[in-house]
Design a protein around this ligand. Structure first.
Ligand code: CIZ
Ligand code: SF4
Length: 298
């Protein structure tokens, strides 16, 4: 019943539903677009819809609002928060910047709007390597994911310092788990998200964002994959290539913050036009500059 009502309301209100790959399967299935934060941000910036229902975590809906300030952006559940995004404090970053005026602040998209407003440029896991390589001579502070930052330093050899934040599901992965899974599925390739610790990434056959992992499985002749990111991606992988096999690297790869949104929430969100995400004008104007720099380079 929610499905039908969602379809009706979507047409009536000229709304578009965006869902991240880490969302519940049934939410991915009713979305107009399913993707990573980069792809969804691009859609948010260019859509002709009047309302964007963002099925993801708070920072994603906020990013859509920064890019499309005149549109109504709805987040179906207000407590859908990225834990990594809470690991950086505005005043601490401001003090760091004041003490280190020559350091470029490169900020992961998984941050709140006020942090983006303090940043020189934003990156996502899909474009971080490409963007950082544009600034080979710069001293960089990468915030807030220590794992992705450490990985970037490892592959680029650039002067990159890292903030001590992390993603609670990816940070728990171990090299031992990779070895054990390889023994169980020797035919499978191991694909891991760069939010995992470097020790784990060094054991993988491929390191990449959700979109990169999706493309890898699509372009590969291999038929089995061990997936080192949130289990929501497996739904999208199976839809794309149902004849291939996917094994989750660890049971812990389930971001509960991403799974709070249900079909019923999407229905209420559209029907009652809640929860309407707001970003202060002064913050929006600064954050959009850092986001547009990313768009230009990605
Ligand atoms: O950028 C995103 O969408 C996230 C959080 C993960 C990924 O790699 O796509
Ligand atoms: Fe944040 Fe990790 Fe959940 Fe992604 S998987 S939304 S980084 S807590």
């Amino acid at each position: 019943m929610f499905k039908k009502e969602i379809e009706r309301l979507k047409k009536e209100k000229n709304a578009v539903i965006l869902a991240h790959f880490y969302q519940n399967d049934e939410v991915q299935d009713i979305a107009d677009y399913v993707g990573d934060s980069l792809a969804l941000s691009k859609i948010a910036a260019s859509t002709k819809a009047d309302i964007i229902v963002f099925c993801g975590v708070y920072f994603m809906a906020e990013t859509a609002k920064i890019l499309s300030p005149d549109k109504k952006v709805l987040l179906p559940k207000l407590n859908s928060l990225c834990r990594m995004a809470s690991m950086i404090d505005y005043n601490e970053l401001k003090s760091y910047k004041e003490a280190n005026p020559d350091t470029m602040i490169v900020t992961y998209v998984n941050t709140r709007a006020n942090i983006k407003a303090l940043s020189d440029i934003i990156v996502t896991s899909s474009n971080a390597e490409k963007i950082v390589k544009n600034f080979p001579k710069k001293k960089i502070m990468y915030v807030p994911d220590k794992n992705l930052g450490t990985y970037l330093r490892h592959i680029t050899n650039q002067d990159i310092s890292v903030w001590p934040g992390f993603c609670y599901i990816h940070d728990l992965l171990t090299a031992k788990e990779v070895k054990k899974m390889r023994e169980e599925h020797p035919e499978a390739k191991v694909l891991v998200h760069p939010e995992a610790p470097l020790k784990v990434l060094l054991e993988a056959d491929f390191v990449g964002s959700t979109k990169n992992i999706l493309d890898y499985t699509n372009n590969s002749d291999v038929k089995a994959f061990i997936i080192g990111t949130d289990k929501g991606l497996i739904h999208a992988l199976k839809k794309q290539n149902p004849d291939k096999s996917y094994y989750l690297l660890s049971k812990g790869l389930n971001c509960l913050n991403m799974k709070t949104i249900t079909l019923e929430d999407v229905y209420h969100s559209l029907n009652e036009e809640k929860f309407d995400i707001e970003v202060e004008k002064e913050i929006q104007e600064k954050a959009v500059i850092a986001l547009n720099r990313m768009m230009e380079l990605s």
